[in-house]
Design a protein around this ligand. Structure first.
Ligand SMILES: [Fe+2]
Ligand SMILES: [Fe+2]
Length: 162
């Protein structure tokens, strides 16, 4: 339950803007469910001695995505929407490296979606909700960093490009 002041604040967001935000958050939620499933499946089928550490990280990521799904579902409910039970696309492969690439792309996509969501929430004056998404996107960035390292991706330094 929340007080009258908070209800008034949420109610002050124009209906169309609120619908757009809720649709976006439900999209994010469906991708969090998908990411959790994908990580669990990949952790189970990744194989080879060089992947022992990566498998542990994938399981850690799965737990983080579960936590994100719970935060999003509560946030959607708080903002007056109904959390989806829909699950977005899950990918897998028989190739270890391809699975890690799929996971990394999903993290890049999640980061892009969350940055858009933060902008939407802030433009609606929902700074508290935007902060929750900021906390999530920081974790996604760390997931992306872990996967880039596992894949041996080196980012060129700025100095090297000059
Ligand atoms: Fe997540
Ligand atoms: Fe993630």
């Amino acid at each position: 339950m929340f007080g009258r002041d908070e209800q008034a604040k949420i109610g002050s967001v124009p209906p169309q803007q609120r619908q757009e935000i809720l649709a976006g958050l439900n999209l994010d939620l469906s991708w969090e469910y998908a990411a959790m499933i994908q990580y669990i499946q990949h952790a189970a089928v990744l194989t080879g001695p060089e992947y022992t550490q990566v498998i542990e990280e994938e399981l850690e990521h799965a737990r983080d995505e579960h936590e994100h799904a719970v935060i999003l579902a509560d946030l959607i409910n708080y903002l007056g929407g109904t959390p989806t039970v829909g699950v977005a696309e899950r990918l897998t492969s028989e190739d270890n490296v391809e699975m890690l690439r799929q996971d990394l792309q999903a993290e890049y996509d999640a980061i892009a979606r969350y940055l858009e969501r933060i902008a939407q929430l802030e433009s609606a004056g929902q700074y508290d909700s935007a902060q929750k998404i900021r906390n999530i996107v920081l974790v996604e960035q760390n997931h992306a960093i872990n996967l880039e390292k596992a894949l041996g991706i080196r980012r060129k330094s700025v100095a090297a490009r000059m």
